[in-house]
Design a protein around this ligand. Structure first.
Ligand code: IMO
Ligand code: MG
Length: 421
């Protein structure tokens, strides 16, 4: 058996939560492989909506095992809040969730360093979610980090205090006022809470599942254009968001990658700073934001919006080896007279269909126009009912990328999903 991977092909917020929840019924095991509480995966069903930050999006499905993999960084406080709200909804989180001992912890001082570092960057700040992601991964690769498994080892408190002291030293370089005890009591309480969960050697668990022919779905966070290596650096997150990151973040070999579901929105959004070639600053951009309710699920920030960028999408498809495309929020485009797609970039007077090394260069997108369908698609449940103009848009993308769009999502609900064979 293989691991199928679901990941975002843009700058995050593609709708991964909905799709993982939707696909989860086919998989007994759902596993998050990178990122942390910077993620905000929204799920809607019946009259409920829920935003998950650290817990995999399979948690609502009875009979699933959900795993937080070694590639994830966890803030015990956010984790506890999230699990308690799930428990309040009657979800038996402790029975359905296991955590890799190798996942790293986000300390209160990681969050302070994140804030101090962003503050010091002024206008060139990354627009981080300020959840302590980058400092936690810095400690991981710098070999200073504290892992989930350390909770069970005597001397945990001492290790915590030693790392906190290092952080206080590090913070001296910034002109930034903070309270070193901020959040500490809560954090230590939340660590105890986490210790009540099943902490596992997830790499063995995952490989045992594969050998027992259990299907695993790996759930990515963020998106390919935020990847630490291949994103629009330095305006990226601090983990490997691409398919290869699933192997590293869970401990299964590349030969076991099965399907790669690449999720993209029918247009583009971005939160935080950094280049965004197709960004709109006009009424069209506002309409996308209003129709798409483009406000951050984690930070509440309003998202930047723009047309679909095929140059970036093709780049993401190559990097991930996408086998199945999934198009989200296509209904948001319903109101437009004309819908546009960027097919190439103009940089310094030359055309290219490749993402350049220097994404901070002035990039002018070359746009192709499509006649809008001007029909409310949110109630459509069958492909045959989709308008001709809409299918022209879909087929153009499929032809350009060379990968079929297997799922079209026309709204947040589980039911608003069209599967194409
Ligand atoms: P999901 O999983 C959208 C962005 C931040 C910032 C940059 C770095 O919901 O798609 P970080 O806090 O990681 O240091 O921030 O990455 N970012 C996201 N944008 N969706 C996300 O997650 C994101 N996680 C981080 O806005 O620009
Ligand atoms: Mg998000």
């Amino acid at each position: 058996m293989n691991v199928d991977v679901v990941l975002g092909l843009q700058w995050g917020d593609e709708g991964k939560g909905k799709i993982v929840d939707y696909l989860a019924r086919q998989y007994p095991v759902i596993a998050r492989f990178q990122g942390g509480p910077n993620a905000g995966h929204s799920l809607h069903f019946e009259d409920t909506s829920f935003v998950l930050h650290s817990v995999p999006s399979g948690i609502f499905r009875k009979g699933t095992v959900n795993i937080i993999g070694n590639g994830v960084v966890i803030d015990p406080v956010t984790f506890e809040e999230e699990c308690r709200s799930l428990e309040a909804l009657g979800i038996p989180v402790r029975d359905r969730l296991m955590i890799s001992k190798r996942a790293h912890l986000i300390l209160p001082t990681h969050r302070i360093i994140d804030a101090a570092s962003e503050h010091s960057k002024g206008v060139s700040r990354i627009g981080s979610t300020l959840k302590g992601i980058s400092p936690a991964y810095m400690d991981k690769t710098g070999r200073n980090g504290i892992r989930v498994g350390d909770i069970l080892v005597p001397g945990f408190q001492e290790r915590y205090k030693a790392l906190k002291s290092k952080h206080i030293e590090f913070l001296k370089q910034f002109d930034y006022a903070y309270d070193p005890g901020q959040g500490e009591a809560n954090w230590l309480k939340a660590v105890d809470y986490m210790g009540q969960f099943t902490l596992i050697d997830a790499e063995y668990y995952v490989n045992d599942c594969l050998n027992e022919n259990k299907r695993i779905l790996a759930e990515g966070a963020q998106g390919t254009l935020l990847d630490i290596d291949f994103g629009f650096y330095p305006y990226v997150t601090s983990s490997s968001t691409t398919c290869a990151g699933a192997c590293i973040g869970l401990g299964f070999p590349p030969s076991r990658v099965g399907k790669v579901y690449g999720i993209f929105k029918a247009y583009c959004t971005r939160v935080g700073s950094g280049p965004f070639p197709t960004e709109l600053f006009n009424r069209e951009g506002e309409i996308l934001r209003e129709q798409g309710k483009e406000f951050g699920a984690t930070t509440g920030r309003s998202r930047r919006t723009g047309w679909l960028d095929l140059v970036a999408l093709k780049y993401a498809v190559i990097l991930n080896g996408v086998t199945d495309l999934i198009m989200m929020k296509a209904d948001v485009l319903d109101v437009f007279e004309t819908v546009k797609i960027a097919t190439s970039y103009m940089i310094d007077g030359a055309g290219t269909d490749r993402v350049p090394y220097d994404t901070n260069a002035v990039i002018t997108p070359v746009l192709r126009e499509f006649k809008g369908w001007k029909r409310d698609l949110s109630g459509v449940r069958r492909e045959e009912e989709l308008p001709f103009e809409f299918m022209t848009y879909v087929r153009f993308i499929e032809d350009a990328v060379g990968i079929p769009i297997k799922i079209i999502s026309l709204g947040p609900d589980r039911e608003q999903t069209i599967i194409r064979d």
